[in-house]
Write a protein that binds this ligand. Sequence first.
Ligand SMILES: Nc1ncnc2c1ncn2[C@@H]1O[C@H](COP(=O)(O)OP(=O)(O)OP(=O)(O)O)[C@@H](O)[C@H]1O
Length: 339
Amino acid sequence: MNWTRRKTIGRGSSATVYAATCQDSGETIAVKSADFHRSEFLQREAKILSSLNSPYVIGYRGCEVTKEPLNNGEATYNLLMEYAPYGTLIDAAAKNGGFLEETRVASYTRQILLGLQYIHNSEGIAHCDIKGSNVLVGDNGEAKIADFGCAKWDEPEVTEPVKGTPAFMAPEVARGERQGKESDIWAVGCTVIEMATGSSPWIGADSTDPVSVMYRVGYMGESPELPSSLTEQAKDFLGKCLKKEANERWTATQLLNHPFLITKPNTEPGLVTKSPTSVTDQMFWRSVEEEEEDDEERPSWWECHEERIGLLSWIGQVVMEPTWDTDGEDWITVRRNND
Ligand SMILES: Nc1ncnc2c1ncn2[C@@H]1O[C@H](COP(=O)(O)OP(=O)(O)OP(=O)(O)O)[C@@H](O)[C@H]1O
């Protein structure tokens, strides 16, 4: 496919995302790019995304290796995707005054679960990093699961190091025991809280400290607090997501039949009432200034916490990089370093 790279629209821990134009069709697409020699996660993401096809999962458009001046002529790996014009659920909450009203939370949650039902049941894949900033809003205002950089085929007999974002980790993940479809459901519960409150699922003095939160969820038996602003129905729904025992959590299919999701008025499509009309407008909603961390230079966060992280024995071989800072907090994505 011939395409022209345009503006940067997002920057994560592992790659930079650009808007691009397809020369033949004029369609705007999103291109997620990384240095070829540091593109292991992006290649894995492309492989998984290429096997998926759902209105609630960001669409795959191909992958290419290019040599471009922006990377000093070095090889760049590019994942081509459907472009989501309205940003992430975090952007949607920010634009709505910081959080989303319950009807809208229910609508997005239903769509996330439709996406998860598809990837869990049809494809046997666990996403492993569900959170508001990894769910995009599509053309018709529908939620689309994105960022499959941590995803994996969910095979109970295969043990892999856990990945994802500490604030959204289920107890069994925080303990490094297992990560699968059930852990995605816990993360859905955390994402509902995030949408409804506009902030991290964890509150309290040490809630911005990933190691403390992992200890609280993994070893102290704590769960995120249910927001008092939510209805009893919504709280009951959260209770089914946030069960401490993974095998007691409801599945995506069961949750789709919960009254929280089926008694709310259907507000889709067209949830977005005031839409940006161009990529430039959309940039206004996003923070793209975050500097990429150099793998060679560990972030100061790491230096502060290295000793404590060593206490959580499973985490000895992972890289932790700051990626999430919508309201001054410092959540991170954890991925294994294979270098
Ligand atoms: N298909 C898309 N359409 C529009 N914007 C997108 C698209 N994909 C990604 N973005 C933007 O780019 C940002 C970074 O993308 P993504 O989360 O996939 O990168 P990442 O490097 O895997 O991030 P993380 O550090 O969270 O793992 C997103 O938060 C979003 O704002």
